[in-house]
Write a protein that binds this ligand. Structure first.
Ligand SMILES: [Zn+2]
Length: 388
């Protein structure tokens, strides 16, 4: 398996997709990525497990991380990939096309073409994003070589359909344990029904939904969620249940730290025994920074909030503002017919490549949308010239 990074972008994309790389089986693809990048004299390449980091070291005043994961969820008869002609253009269909080998293809090609970018760039291709956090390649790099991730801004090329999505919401899952007293249901008054005692908890959840779940952070509006997701308990059809457990998931906006989210939940459910199952930090969108603003201007469309949890939170934890931006519609990620419009790769390559190639961010706040678009056209030519 070898990769020609200067091949046509769509050809490169398809080759990457057809190199199966389900989580924990990224080695072949990681080897190919490493080999292709090591051949480029303008990059310093480091391997950490099956993750590959390639950096320009040009002494620029700004450094940007562009990151993407190499792994996919399991293949379900959807490889090798195939092309479908649709009303909005040609799509590549198959595992990994949407999440997120389109972003990987764009980043790899730009890594090869941008020999002299105006911002130093750290290209990160990492393993095991789709499985438990202990395997996550980005977390391993952060633990072993945090210096490699040092930057002024990180762009994670998860599928966003070519729109900048800022930050991400945090998530907290916890159980509330409601005690009762077991008894024969024929003499129920000698016990205490734990299931009936769920009523006040459900009422709290219901009134929370009636409240205002919208939170504005750095100009983006996040919609929080607080929902019961599972209930378990009960012994038999003729036994008054002595205990019931309700699992609750809180998706919180990035105006709160994980500790603040936990404190809010403990206040809301004061009096019940709470067992926290997992708690992940949110990430602020960081759109108040001039560098992020100049990238938003280069992309040219209004940024949106990110609702799911993504690895931008890992950058945020390192003090690096991070955005999500990449080809593909996140709504079709992980589906059997996941797909990506081929032209969306060209659009992302033009916007991201043009922005990295020029130094408008050094001027402080980005240009207006109109100026951004015309500058974007000039940058596209610039990238095209580099490609020749
Ligand atoms: Zn992904």
């Amino acid at each position: 398996m070898s990769l020609d990074l200067r091949a046509d972008l769509h050809t490169l994309f398809r080759r990457i997709v057809d190199c199966e790389s389900v989580s924990l089986h990224e080695e072949v693809l990681a080897d190919a990525v490493q080999t292709a990048l090591v051949a480029l004299p303008h990059l310093e390449v480091t391997r950490v497990g099956n993750s590959v980091v390639a950096r320009t070291v040009l002494g620029r005043s700004r450094r940007v991380v562009v990151a993407g994961h190499l792994d996919t969820v399991p293949v379900t008869g959807n490889l090798p990939s195939w092309i479908e002609h649709r009303t909005d253009g040609d799509h590549l269909v198959g595992r990994g096309t949407c999440d997120m080998k389109g972003g990987v293809a764009v980043a790899l090609q730009l890594a090869a073409l941008l020999r002299d970018p105006a911002k130093d760039v750290t290209w990160v291709f990492y393993e095991a994003e789709e499985i438990a956090a202990e395997f996550n390649g980005l977390a391993h790099i952060a633990a072993q070589r945090p210096d490699l991730l040092d930057a002024d801004l990180a762009i994670l090329m998860e599928p966003t359909d070519g729109v900048v999505e800022g930050g991400c919401q945090g998530t907290m899952r916890f159980n509330l344990v409601v005690p009762g007293v077991a008894a024969h249901s024929a003499r129920s008054w000698t016990g205490h029904n734990a299931i009936h005692d769920l009523a006040p908890i459900l009422s709290i959840l219901d009134s929370w939904q009636q409240g205002d779940p919208l939170v504005e952070v750095d100009g983006l509006t996040y919609h929080e969620g607080l929902n019961a997701t599972m209930v378990s308990g009960g012994v038999a059809g003729n036994v008054i249940p002595p205990q019931v457990t309700i699992q609750i998931n809180y998706r919180f906006a990035p105006d709160k730290s994980a500790a603040q989210a936990e404190a809010a939940m403990r206040r809301l459910f004061d009096g019940w025994e709470m067992a926290i199952l997992d708690l992940s930090e949110s990430a602020r969108p960081g759109l108040d920074r001039p560098l992020a603003q100049s990238f938003v201007a280069a992309v040219g469309s209004a940024p949106l909030p990110k609702y799911g949890w993504t690895d931008v939170a890992r950058f945020s934890a390192l003090g690096i503002p991070a955005l999500n931006y990449g080809p593909g519609d996140a709504l079709c990620a992980h589906k059997e017919d996941e797909h990506c419009r081929l032209a969306s790769l060209d659009e992302c390559a033009a916007a991201l490549g043009g922005w990295l190639a020029t130094d408008r961010s050094a001027q402080g706040n980005g240009p207006t949308g109109g100026a951004g678009r015309s500058a974007g056209a000039a940058q596209r030519n610039d990238v095209a010239e580099r490609a020749l």
